[in-house]
Ligand binder design. Structure first.
Ligand SMILES: [Zn+2]
Ligand SMILES: [Zn+2]
Ligand SMILES: [Zn+2]
Length: 123
């Protein structure tokens, strides 16, 4: 008799947005970032499309990334590759590297890359 793992996620997979990237796996890891924790996809402000990372955007899109201005940080722009939950930028920045929906761990090292995606602090 076959058993299937229980699905604890509340997200419906058919509602997942498209994610683009090189060598994408089902949890949105890509050729550049593929550790166990690299499961976040980011919607690019420039084109409104989810990419696995900025390097995938560089290789696949024909334009420069534009960062999310702070005024738009309440937009859903992060996708948890584990459960398909979409987070706003504010939710993501306050998530302490854990998905609020399924509590999958995110890569804390992504913090070092925030300035590629989100408007940096202005002193
Ligand atoms: Zn773009
Ligand atoms: Zn990539
Ligand atoms: Zn999740």
């Amino acid at each position: 008799m076959q058993t299937f793992p229980e699905d604890h996620s509340q997200a419906r997979p058919e509602t997942r947005p498209e994610v683009r990237g090189l060598d994408l796996d089902p949890q949105t890891r890509c050729r550049h970032y593929h550790s166990a924790l690299d499961i976040i996809a980011i919607k690019m402000n420039c084109c409104g499309v989810y990419y696995a990372c900025k390097d995938c955007h560089v290789e696949l899109a024909d334009h420069e990334i534009s960062v999310w201005p702070r005024a738009q940080w309440n937009s859903k722009a992060l996708l948890c590759g584990a459960c398909g939950n979409e987070l706003t930028i504010n939710e993501y920045l306050q998530s302490e590297s854990r998905c609020p929906a399924c509590s999958a761990g995110f890569n804390p090292g992504c913090r070092n890359h925030h300035h590629f995606y989100f408007e940096p602090d202005t002193p």
